[in-house]
Design a protein around this ligand. Structure first.
Ligand code: ATP
Length: 154
């Protein structure tokens, strides 16, 4: 059987379909570490961590922030069922910075009535969103502009 030349990539969250495209390569933040997928990859199922996912179409790479869920890899198809996923250009930087500040404040409190695991995950997600949003060349404020538009302040 001939090897597939592309991958059909689908990325969905419980709310919506985020990506449905034919791509050449994907890198996935698995809970055991990042792994790359090219057409013809051995089938596998992996759980997802909080991390950056990118896919490549020709020379161009596209970045998303991903958190939790599963990836199913087949030789000609990658399906990502993520609990959270945002494209780099949709990330609201101001919101991520505020979430980072809140999480840092919680984690620095010596009191014991704090859910540290929750604060740790919130910090991780905010750091990942900030990292991924920085991938948008010159467009790092797009998410913020979208929010201003949505709230009628833009
Ligand atoms: P916050 O404390 O800022 O509300 P959160 O950690 O409570 O963040 P999540 O549970 O991670 O939010 O996500 C809830 C929804 O909001 C998801 O649909 C997620 O994609 C979206 N979201 C969260 N933060 C951002 C962001 N900075 N930019 C764009 N979308 C975001």
């Amino acid at each position: 059987m001939a090897l597939p030349t592309h991958l059909d990539l689908q990325i969905v969250t419980p709310d919506r379909l985020i990506v449905q495209e034919q791509v050449d390569e994907v890198e996935i933040p698995g809970s055991e570490g990042y792994f790359g997928v090219l057409p013809g990859h051995t089938p596998l199922l992996a759980s997802l961590a909080v991390g950056e996912l990118w896919y490549r179409k020709g020379q161009e790479k596209f970045y998303l922030s991903i958190a939790f869920g599963f990836a199913e890899v087949l030789p000609d198809r990658v399906t990502i069922l993520a609990r959270l996923a945002e494209r780099a250009e949709d990330i609201d930087i101001g919101r991520a910075e505020a979430a980072k500040k809140r999480a840092e404040e919680r984690l620095s409190q010596p009191k014991s009535d704090i859910d540290y695991e929750r604060a740790r995950v919130a910090l991780l997600k905010s750091l990942m969103r900030l990292q991924v949003s920085a991938r948008v060349p010159g467009g790092a404020r797009v998410g913020e502009l979208k929010r201003m538009r949505d709230t009628g302040r833009g």
